[in-house]
Design a protein around this ligand. Structure first.
Ligand SMILES: *[C@@H]1O[C@H](CO)[C@@H](O)[C@H](O)[C@H]1NC(C)=O
Ligand SMILES: *[C@@H]1O[C@H](CO)[C@@H](O)[C@H](O)[C@H]1NC(C)=O
Ligand SMILES: *[C@@H]1O[C@H](CO)[C@@H](O)[C@H](O)[C@H]1NC(C)=O
Ligand SMILES: *[C@@H]1O[C@H](CO)[C@@H](O)[C@H](O)[C@H]1NC(C)=O
Ligand SMILES: *[C@@H]1O[C@H](CO)[C@@H](O)[C@H](O)[C@H]1NC(C)=O
Ligand SMILES: *[C@@H]1O[C@H](CO)[C@@H](O)[C@H](O)[C@H]1NC(C)=O
Ligand SMILES: *[C@@H]1O[C@H](CO)[C@@H](O)[C@H](O)[C@H]1NC(C)=O
Ligand SMILES: *[C@@H]1O[C@H](CO)[C@@H](O)[C@H](O)[C@H]1NC(C)=O
Ligand SMILES: *[C@@H]1O[C@H](CO)[C@@H](O)[C@H](O)[C@H]1NC(C)=O
Ligand SMILES: *[C@@H]1O[C@H](CO)[C@@H](O)[C@H](O)[C@H]1NC(C)=O
Length: 483
């Protein structure tokens, strides 16, 4: 255990889990509701207005059940068409309340309009005397920006831009996403929260177009600490505070702050290699075989020279002889990092630690956090997202925009090794000696990864890979089994 105990001066991990301070800083931006009331109607009768009111009653009754609904009253010539959209982070209860508020606001703000839309904090509501269902409308988009700028502005626009583009892809083209996508990304000592969402009457291509327009509209404000883009057909918002409404995490009480370093690419690779060697030691080189069972970034400590040390052996199991797997009724570990066979069956082995290592590796190179990654309620894992891009040959989109000195070939290789480690079937995962070999040498041929755990969905496997032009599978690495 001397490897572990030698660390006296430790710095709590500075990867991506630290210092979450929630700032409510919409300074300067007007508060919702926002509105657009078009052309005043010249009704001869009150029947249109009556229809509007009865339509709202019907929509409001739906809102506590479903986050999107469209309805119309069919009574020519005074038909009225309406729909609402509640944003991804609104609960059913929130949605019901929000639409009730929006229905009151729209009548107050837009009296006698034959077309109107209001945007609230958690929803938007629109009606018209024309049938607009299924029609993309990006005219009259409104930007609401926070007038406060970010203080260290060089990399923030890059991060916002790449985050929004990724989210747009998912919302438009991932059929399981429900036409929305949200994400949290650590930025310096703060967290970027971003959301994009389309009204569900749009086609995927129109959703993509709407969000593309929204991103273009908002791009001049990338220096702002937050902004919203209000459109009739879609919605986009990013903030440096948690507008999703999750419980804020308590600030960390570490002594680490002035020492926080920018982790450049080569340093990240060193940290990954260091963690791999530490695990190799536990699994094979120490006199007893130790399975850690709770590998996660906050259990990796960095010493003053940024060498990683694995810590917190509270969950570890020590094995004698040749045993390398066991079963337990008590599931321990941390959501986002535990292997499927352990989470579901209580079965753990050295391969369960390899899984956790793979998640950490992928987080370090992409700058994204698995446990906090919720692109949509249906595709909740970073692993699923990486697998999707891998099969689309788009891996380079995942490079952490804050590691601007990375090399594409190294990035692909590390991503490949990470994917091999998080394969669903523990048997397919390499053991740590192989992992270390793969990380240390760029001549070892890697085999094709199988689908990762927790990535069920309609993602086509082996459709295409990021190495289409490299020959894979010529040589399959066999695991070097521990003595
Ligand atoms: C983040 O760091 C900057 C200085 O780099 C500081 O001005 C700001 O207050 C910090 N924010 C938080 C939330 O600690
Ligand atoms: C208002 O009514 C007049 C005649 O009653 C009609 O010519 C005009 O097109 C109407 N305007 C709108 C916006 O419907
Ligand atoms: C919406 O409400 C109507 C009647 O108010 C109901 O018939 C319909 O099933 C509801 N739809 C949803 C999706 O809840
Ligand atoms: C309201 O929407 C219309 C139609 O899209 C647009 O022409 C107009 O500029 C918008 N008004 C405001 C104040 O944004
Ligand atoms: C924010 O940054 C933009 C772009 O650099 C600049 O034009 C604007 O004046 C800044 N606003 C404030 C309030 O500093
Ligand atoms: C934003 O990202 C897209 C795609 O990644 C790129 O084409 C575009 O030039 C970027 N725009 C800015 C302002 O960085
Ligand atoms: C990465 O950071 C380390 C420590 O700050 C530094 O020594 C090294 O030169 C950096 N590498 C690059 C490529 O910037
Ligand atoms: C990477 O980012 C750092 C800090 O913003 C900057 O000084 C450096 O020039 C950038 N390097 C490249 C290759 O863009
Ligand atoms: C694939 O081939 C193209 C051109 O033939 C090249 O530019 C690219 O770097 C290659 N990709 C990899 C991963 O080697
Ligand atoms: C892999 O196999 C392909 C065809 O089977 C061959 O063309 C290629 O040269 C092989 N690559 C290596 C590195 O052996």
């Amino acid at each position: 255990m001397s490897f572990l105990q030698s660390t006296l001066k430790v710095y709590r991990i500075i990867l991506f889990h630290s210092f979450l301070v929630v700032l409510h800083d919409l300074a300067g931006a007007a508060d919702p509701p926002y509105k657009n009331c078009s052309s005043t109607a010249n009704f001869t009768e009150n029947s249109f207005q009556d229809h509007v009111i009865s339509l709202f009653a019907s929509l409001t009754s739906n809102a506590s059940v479903s986050n999107f609904h469209q309805a119309s009253t069919e009574d020519n010539p005074d038909s009225v068409y309406g729909l609402y959209l509640c944003y991804q982070y609104a609960s059913k209860d929130d949605c019901g309340k929000c639409i009730a508020t929006a229905a009151l606001d729209i009548q107050k703000l837009c009296p006698n309009s034959n077309e109107a839309v209001v945007w609230e904090d958690k929803c938007q509501l629109r009606y018209s005397n024309q049938n607009f269902f299924g029609f993309l409308d990006v005219t009259g988009n409104i930007v609401q920006e926070n007038t406060q700028n970010v203080s260290k502005a060089e990399q923030f626009p890059l991060l916002v831009n790449s985050t929004l583009h990724n989210l747009r892809n998912v919302a438009a083209f991932d059929p399981s996403a429900g036409m929305n996508a949200a994400q949290k990304v650590e930025f310096a000592n703060e967290t970027l929260h971003a959301l994009v969402q389309c009204t569900r009457d749009l086609s995927p291509d129109d959703c993509n177009l709407c969000l593309e327009t929204a991103i273009t509209n908002i791009s001049p404000w990338y220096f702002s600490r937050g902004a919203r883009l209000l459109s009739r057909s879609c919605y986009l918002r990013y903030e440096l505070y948690d507008f999703f409404g999750d419980a804020p995490r308590p600030p960390s009480s570490t002594p680490n702050p002035k020492k926080r370093a920018q982790l450049n690419w080569s340093r990240r690779l060193d940290i990954i290699k260091g963690i791999a060697k530490g695990m190799l030691y536990l699994h094979q080189d120490s006199r007893l075989r130790i399975i850690h069972r709770d590998m996660k970034p906050s259990n990796v400590l960095l010493d003053k020279d940024m060498n990683p040390k694995i810590s917190d052996f509270g969950m570890a199991r020590i094995f004698g002889g040749s045993d390398s797997a066991a079963n337990t009724a008590k599931i321990v570990g941390t959501y986002g990092y535990i292997a499927p066979e352990f989470a579901m069956e209580g079965l753990y082995s050295i391969k369960s630690d390899v899984f956790s290592f793979g998640v950490i590796l992928l987080e370090i190179i992409t700058g994204r956090t698995n446990a906090k990654f919720h692109l949509s309620k249906h595709a909740p894992s970073l692993l699923a997202y990486i697998w999707q891009l891998w099969n689309q040959g788009k891996c380079l989109e995942l490079i952490d925009p804050l590691s601007n000195d990375s090399h594409d070939d190294e990035f692909l290789r590390y991503m490949h090794v990470g994917l091999l480690c998080v394969q669903e079937d523990a048997y397919d995962r390499p053991a740590m000696p192989s992992v270390v070999k793969m990380l240390m040498s760029d001549t070892v041929t890697l085999c094709q990864p199988e689908r990762p755990a927790f990535s069920v969905g309609r993602i086509a496997d082996h459709h295409q890979t990021c190495y289409n032009n490299l020959s894979l599978n010529n040589l399959t690495m066999s695991d070097i089994l521990p003595r």
